[in-house]
Design a protein around this ligand. Structure first.
Ligand code: SIN
Length: 478
């Protein structure tokens, strides 16, 4: 079930040095993977670089067929992939199954999109000239992926890169390598030519440094925290690599006076407690109109206190563990800071089953003010701080008052209000009466310090393409 080797140039290769992978629901060691570094990262780039020309010269139809085949194999292995994901990452099995489906939607989308990589012709300003714009793959792509969505964050990067004609080197998170390795094994079975996909697990700094310094790597795509994104951006500047960065978020969730309270609470649960709050698009702060504050809060507390916590492999679990001790510390710090500054815990607020795993109760806090840590910094855990507002202008200002700009949510039954939010929220993803907007055909990405570029939809493949403009003058007539 768990693969431990790197996959480089079409071969599964072991390293002497290994590192353990832990199940966050039990704190037990579930296996080990290669603890690779500079040497393996270099071999991977060499393989991807050699494979680039033949892969990029294949027809779009050919590349599409490989992706269709990969899609089919992922579909057939959905249960196994979901099990692996729950064991190494902790999310409830039902969420893991949904993630495999979501991940595979990207593969299917780009199997189709590979064939629609159209260029342009542009009217020239001289009768003797013709202008053509064609799209070409950027080259070798380095993909560095996070632990919170171990399948979807891989396919959301790899599928468009491969469809565009790029080859890839991948480093998955050291917390969740097994889902990634399984996906690459399925790609191997889909017969992608050797060197087209290469995966290396291990030392993030060594691997990252090799890929960032190597001129043959023309693009870096990364999902993770804003501080790490900034560091990678600085390092990538030496070789002027193209960048896609999907970084942190701090999503506001706004509930207007006329909102359907049941729908708003349902959206709140989806956006806040999916993956125990460990998503960049997770709601971080709730703004509720003062007239409905009590009704909304009571209903949310009722629903949150019903969520069952436990090992994601058990039936009916809604909230799995957090990924590690540092994640628990961060959430507890946010709760303690808020309480110290006057917040009250309305439900939850405690660490639980500590001997078993990294569990924390889903928590709602009231009497929240904007100076609290949880209202400024990404919590990445199951904490829902609620504050009230009076006017629409006030709430738009407070929602936009953040260095982040990934996702925002609004619940209202008034189209004029909805339009005002759509036009004024400085966020890359806005859910209007929708707590779960992520989908393969839409552009996912953030404003401000939430990142650069977009993943998904027809926009996503553009990130892996160069534009070549060709100006054609007249030919000598014989
Ligand atoms: C993320 O948290 O980065 C991804 C979440 C999603 O794709 O919905």
């Amino acid at each position: 079930m768990f693969i431990k080797q790197n996959y480089i140039n079409g071969h599964w290769v072991e390293t002497k040095d290994v590192m353990s992978v832990i199940n966050p629901a039990t704190k037990e060691r579930i296996g080990e993977v290669s603890n690779s570094g500079t040497a393996e990262a270099t071999l991977a780039v060499e393989a991807a670089s050699q494979a680039f020309v033949p892969w990029s010269k294949k027809t779009a139809n050919d590349r599409s067929q490989f992706l269709y085949q990969w899609h089919q194999l992922i579909k057939e292995h959905t249960d196994e992939l979901a099990q692996i994901m729950t064991i190494e990452q902790g999310k409830p099995l039902k969420e893991a199954l949904a993630e495999v489906q979501y991940a595979n939607d990207y593969v299917l989308w780009y199997a189709e999109e590979a064939k629609r990589n159209y260029g342009d012709t542009i009217p020239a300003s001289s009768v003797n000239k013709h202008i053509i714009v064609k799209k070409e793959p950027v080259g070798v792509v380095a993909a560095i992926t996070p632990w919170n969505f171990p399948a979807a964050m891989i396919t959301r990067k790899l599928a468009p890169a491969l469809a565009a004609g790029c080859t890839v080197v991948i480093k998955p998170s050291e917390e969740t390598p097994f889902t990634a390795l399984k996906l690459i094994q399925l790609a191997e079975r889909a017969n992608f030519p050797k060197g087209v996909l290469n995966i290396v697990t291990g030392n993030a700094k060594q691997i990252g440094d090799v890929w960032l310094q190597d001129k043959r790597v023309r693009k870096l795509t990364f999902t993770g925290s804003t501080p790490v994104g900034k560091l990678l951006m600085r390092k990538a500047s030496d070789t002027v690599k193209k960048l896609s960065l999907e970084l942190g978020g701090h999503a506001p969730f706004i509930v207007m006076k006329n909102a359907d309270i049941e729908k708003a609470v349902e959206g709140a649960i989806q956006s806040k407690f999916r993956n125990a709050g460990q998503a960049c698009v997770a709601t971080n702060r709730f703004y509720v109109h003062e007239d409905i504050m009590e009704r909304f809060t009571d209903r949310l507390i009722e629903q949150v206190s019903r969520l069952s916590i436990g090992n994601g492999l058990n039936n009916n679990v809604d909230i799995g563990p957090l990924i590690n001790e540092a994640a628990i510390t961060k959430v507890m710090d946010h709760i303690e800071d808020a309480v110290k500054k006057g917040a009250s815990i309305l439900t939850g607020g405690k660490r639980t089953m500590e001997k078993k795993g990294y569990f924390i109760q889903p928590t709602v806090i009231g009497n929240v003010t904007d100076d609290m840590l949880c209202m400024q910094d990404e919590t990445f855990g199951p904490l829902a701080p609620i504050t009230s507002f009076k006017t629409i202008d006030e709430v738009v200002d407070r929602a936009n008052n953040s260095a982040f700009g990934l996702a925002a949510y609004v619940f209202t039954n008034n189209m004029n209000e909805a339009a005002l939010f759509m036009n004024n929220l400085e966020y890359g993803v806005v859910g209007v009466n929708d707590g779960l907007p992520s989908t393969a055909q839409a552009p996912f990405g953030g404003y401000k310090e939430s990142g650069l570029g977009r993943e998904g939809g027809y926009f996503g493949i553009e990130e892996y393409l160069e534009l070549k403009y060709i100006s054609i003058g007249s030919f000598i007539q014989n």
